[in-house]
Write a protein that binds this ligand. Structure first.
Ligand SMILES: N[C@@H](CCC(=O)N[C@@H](CS)C(=O)NCC(=O)O)C(=O)O
Length: 218
């Protein structure tokens, strides 16, 4: 078990036990939590697992066998959205306090998580199923493209602070884009317009050591 330290001096999380965090190195959902913690210098015990062959302790913590799972005060919290909400409940600054701003930020992050979800489903359909359905493959890709287009529109309108770390919108966007590059690398060529808005953002994000450190391996 590890303890919180440093930057979160006012956080109620300070005295609480954080971790382990169950994750897989390629999971974009887990990466959004790893980055939210790393960027605030919150230490956690890493528990890297293979979700395609889930170990018994992961299934014990989360019967759905999915990552991320964060153990907080000895209790498992799963689903990245609920983890973020819980961290926020414990005083971590994840979202703006102002209601309308918070709604817009959360909608943006929900769209980014939607892109992650479509990319995971696309990967599962193309690489994991014995007889992939072309219809589903196209459906997942279409959903992904629609969500990416909406993200690009909103990104252009968003204020600058949401495009910088450690804002959760910036974290979620970089996790979504890097995962799309991993699983659907052809999209950049097929739909260059969808990625144009994010070009300098993605480059600048990669200057951050934690973004590089958590980059999904090939
Ligand atoms: N809605 C969940 C999605 C988590 C998810 O799909 N995780 C994937 C890895 S990217 C997983 O654990 N897959 C294992 C499986 O489907 O058995 C979240 O936000 O945490």
């Amino acid at each position: 078990m590890f303890f919180m330290n440093s930057l979160m001096s006012k956080s109620q999380l300070i005295e609480q036990k954080v971790g382990p965090l169950y994750y897989s190195e390629r999971s974009p959902f887990a990466r959004r939590i790893r980055l939210a913690l790393h960027l605030r210098e919150i230490e956690f015990e890493p528990r890297v697992v293979n979700v395609f062959d889930p170990p018994a302790d992961l299934l014990e913590q989360n019967p759905m066998g999915m990552v991320p799972v964060l153990i907080l005060n000895q209790k498992p919290i799963f689903d990245s959205n609920l983890i973020l909400e819980t961290l926020s409940d414990h005083g971590l600054k994840i979202w703006s306090d102002e209601v309308e701003l918070r709604l817009q930020e959360r909608l943006f992050s929900t769209l980014a998580a939607g892109v992650m979800n479509s990319a995971v489903l696309y990967f599962q359909e193309t690489k994991m199923h014995t007889s992939p359905s072309q219809e589903w493959v196209e459906d997942h890709q279409d959903t992904l493209i629609r969500s990416l287009k909406e993200l690009a529109l909103r990104f252009k309108q968003n204020s600058d602070h949401t495009k910088q770390l450690p804002h959760q919108n910036a974290i979620d966007l970089i996790c979504a884009l890097d995962y799309v590059d991993l699983r659907l690398p052809h999209l950049r060529q097929d739909y260059p317009d969808c990625f144009m808005a994010f070009e300098s953002f993605q480059k600048s994000m990669n200057e951050n050591i934690w973004v590089r450190h958590t980059h999904p391996p090939k």
